[in-house]
Design a binder for this molecule. Structure first.
Ligand code: F6P
Length: 357
């Protein structure tokens, strides 16, 4: 049997570990794996792929990025603007399916986030045998307790906060760290909680700059002379819109800029010396954590297992320490956002973290 594998959307630590898992499991069954280049684009004529074998994929689970390449823009973007679903033109779908047929590819594993899996769902509804694997640093996919890549991104935030802490306390400053996550505050919440931020601002809890300034005063009254604030790129003050950095060039809007806005406002209202850092793509680069390497490898192996059992239209899913599967549709129907009344937010509040609300 010949199967195909592609990565879509933004790169993410752990993508190569999925490739490692898929190739290893497929090889054990005597199957051949074609790794398509740059996401769905690699399916178009002339199809662009490499044949993956266990020698080629030895040790790649440690590498960041993706040996296959990926794209979060272009002709196969499943989500555009502020998360609107886009129908992929029929002629593109037909061309891709015809190429897969010509190559003898009997099933395709699509590794991606919300946008890629929305495109994958369209292939599946057209009758092509598809398996989805949930990838994203944002952790915003429903129907899986966790995506791979999130742990690695969170670790980068924690490392940055550890560094910012020493300079902030030396200068008695307010330090603001803007992090990724799009419409979800998971990276800010886990990064802030793990990295000792005093204030965390997330999209799910609209905040007030006045409340943030009051929280800084309270902290100072308790003896804290510096403050670390983590702000998610999608966070916004009460009644205001998220800041769009650019329109996304055929894909989803890119968010960003709230860190700088917050720096000006908080400096003005709190009267404190305030600086900001935007962590940006450092959160996506570099080697995956051990957790992400293992989770992604398990996801890759399970994807092959689903093909063997002919469970198409399904996405690999992590639930209660077990890797199972759910329908791709269920996974892309809504985003997995932070519950403002959930246990993690309550935990943060219990240890004195302010959400500026
Ligand atoms: O979805 C992953 C993500 O890194 C988001 O957190 C961020 O908003 C976006 O991708 C950035 O995309 P780009 O790589 O196009 O700048």
């Amino acid at each position: 049997m010949r199967i195909g594998l592609l990565n879509g959307g933004g790169d993410c630590p752990g993508l190569n570990a999925v490739t490692h898992g898929v190739t290893g499991a497929a090889n054990s069954l005597g199957w051949e794996v074609l790794g398509f280049t740059d996401g769905f684009e690699g399916l178009l004529s002339p199809a662009n792929y490499q044949i993956l074998d266990p020698i080629k994929t030895t040790d790649i689970q440690k590498l960041g990025g993706t040996i296959l390449g990926t794209t979060n823009r272009g002709r196969f973007s499943g989500k555009v603007g502020a998360g609107g679903v886009r129908k992929i033109p029929k002629e593109l779908m037909d061309e891709a399916k015809a190429n897969l047929k010509k190559l003898g590819v009997e099933a395709l594993i699509c590794v991606g986030g919300d946008g890629t899996l929305t495109t994958a769902l369209q292939f599946s509804e057209e009758g092509f045998p598809i398996i989805g694997v949930p990838k994203t640093i944002d952790n915003d996919l429903s129907a899986t307790a966790m995506t791979f890549g999130f742990d690695s991104a969170t670790q980068v935030v924690v490392d940055a906060l550890d560094r910012l802490h020493t300079t902030a306390s030396s200068h008695k400053r307010v330090m603001i760290l803007e992090v990724m996550g799009r419409h979800a505050g998971w990276i800010a919440l886990y990064g802030g909680l793990g990295g000792g931020a005093e204030i965390i601002l997330i999209p799910e809890i609209p905040f007030s700059y006045q409340k943030v300034a009051e929280a800084i005063d309270r902290l100072e009254a308790q003896g804290k002379t510096s403050t670390l604030i983590v702000v998610a790129e999608g966070a916004a003050p009460i009644g205001e819109e998220q800041i769009i950095e650019d329109a996304g060039d055929g894909g989803e809007h890119r968010l960003g800029g709230i860190g700088e806005q917050a720096t000006k406002m908080i400096a003005k209202l709190s009267g404190r010396d305030t600086r900001s850092v935007t962590l940006g793509h450092l959160q996506r680069g570099g080697t995956p954590t051990s957790w992400d390497r293992v989770l992604a490898t398990r996801f890759g192996v399970q994807a092959v297992n689903l093909i063997e059992r002919k469970k198409f239209g399904r996405m690999v899913s992590y639930q209660r320490y077990h890797v199972g599967d759910v329908s791709i549709r269920e996974a892309v129907e809504s985003l997995n956002l932070v519950d403002p009344k959930g246990q993690v937010v309550e935990t943060a509040r219990a240890v004195g973290i302010s959400f500026g609300d």
